[in-house]
Design a protein around this ligand. Structure first.
Ligand code: PMP
Length: 396
């Protein structure tokens, strides 16, 4: 088996080779194994993972690992052939939407899904103009970086991209231009500070987008696959009816696979005219990974579980807020929770570092970087939630 070098040497080699890559914590984590909500470091230490929305059904889920391993032994190549897995995946995904969609494009990352969604919207409407929330993140390609003010250097303005206020900060419709190709929105507003659910906001933005001739795109890369505990898809829990939906991160529980859900009236001409094709998108291993995730979510009842344990987590966080002056607000939806800290108190990044020292992994988000982001795999148990909040209290 592959045996990595000791941690100190590995960091030096990584910097020398991969450059100053983002490694989440001051003292980077060197991980060897994961199972459920637990990670094991190279030093043998265990960490409770409350940061990660990729392993939605839990790290190294045996059913996903077995499905992918079996497929890799049989066939794994490009996606230009007939194969059952991609078709079955498409059918299953469409069935989860209750008839709102009839086309699925399988791709490799959330960025690629949003990039393709933007191309489809431009193709259909003839307009590249787009709207996003003020501190949104939608991806890493050129076209999706243009949709990601979180990534823009200070003072940047992108032609054709309008920033709308997030929920609670103003009327999004009032900010829109007369003509629009698309509006992209993460219904949980993760980068804007974790602000969902906001159904009235979402419907107002959807209506205004359509009135401006644009397509309404729900980015479920963060929110999807049951995280909110309300539905597999957070837009559906809000009663929205987007034109396109993008899926990613948790879709393969760590295996790269992502998707765009759309309707034939928009998608088919785009595919025909552009000869649209993705080499790895939904190839055999990717498709069986995503099928296994959908199966496990259903078999283990993880959407309902996210609602139940998410409610327990919320009660514990509300108690924490009552006891700690440093907490300004608690917001949550299922197993996505934000703990906003008061300015002038301990910075959120320092609290996240202190949690990591105590073996619990959380993140930081929001335009002022003052919101603790809790986003564990959906298999979190009550006792894990208790441990998480107890450690958070110490860190605060
Ligand atoms: N959309 C949202 C809402 C995201 O959070 C992310 C990733 N953080 C992306 C898109 C891009 O996904 P990926 O990194 O897989 O390209």
């Amino acid at each position: 088996p592959y045996r990595p070098a000791p941690t100190a040497g590995l960091l030096t080699r990584r910097r020398a080779t991969l450059g100053p890559a983002v490694l989440t914590y001051d003292e980077p984590l060197h991980l060897r194994r994961g199972r459920g909500v637990w990670l094991t470091g190279a030093d043998g230490r265990r960490y409770l993972d409350a940061y990660n929305n990729v392993p939605v059904v839990g790290h190294s889920h045996p059913a996903v690992a077995a499905a992918v391993a079996a497929q890799l032994r049989l066939l794994d190549t490009n996606s230009r052939y007939l194969h059952e897995a991609a078709v079955e995946l498409g059918e299953r995904l469409l069935a989860t939407t209750g008839g709102g969609f009839d086309r699925v494009l399988l791709v490799n990352s959330g960025s690629e899904a949003n990039d393709v969604a933007r191309r489809i919207a431009s193709f259909v409407t003839g307009s590249r103009a787009a709207a996003v929330t003020a501190y949104a993140y939608h991806g890493v390609t050129q076209a999706t970086t243009d949709l990601s003010p979180e990534s823009w250097p200070a003072g940047t303005a992108v032609p054709d991209v309008t920033l709308v206020p997030p929920p609670g900060a103003g009327d999004p419709a009032a900010a829109l231009p007369e003509r629009l190709g698309a509006a992209f929105v993460d219904p949980t507003f993760t980068s804007d500070g974790i602000l969902g659910p906001a159904p009235a906001y979402l419907l107002a933005l959807q209506d205004a987008t359509r009135a401006a001739g644009g397509l309404f795109v729900a980015d479920e890369v963060q929110a999807g696959f049951g995280r909110t505990g309300a539905h597999l898809w957070s837009y559906a829990a809000c009663g929205a009816r987007p034109d396109l939906v993008t899926l990613g991160k948790p879709m393969g529980n760590g295996f790269p696979v992502a998707a765009v859900l759309g309707r034939s009236e928009h998608v088919d001409a785009f595919i025909d005219e552009t000869d649209y094709f993705s080499t790895f998108g939904g190839n055999q291993a990717a498709a069986v990974a995503a099928l296994a995730v959908l199966r496990v979510l259903e078999e283990e009842g993880l959407v309902a579980h996210a609602a139940g344990v998410g409610g327990e987590l919320r009660r514990l966080l509300d108690e924490l807020a009552a006891e700690h002056d440093g907490v300004a607000a608690v917001r949550s939806w299922g197993l996505l929770a934000g703990v906003e800290l008061h300015p002038g108190g301990r910075p959120a990044a320092a609290v996240a570092e202190a949690c990591r020292q105590r073996g619990v992994l959380i993140g930081v988000t929001g335009p002022r970087r003052d919101v603790l982001k809790l986003r564990p795999p959906l298999v979190l148990r009550s006792e894990d939630a208790e441990l998480l909040v107890a450690v958070l209290a110490e860190a605060l």
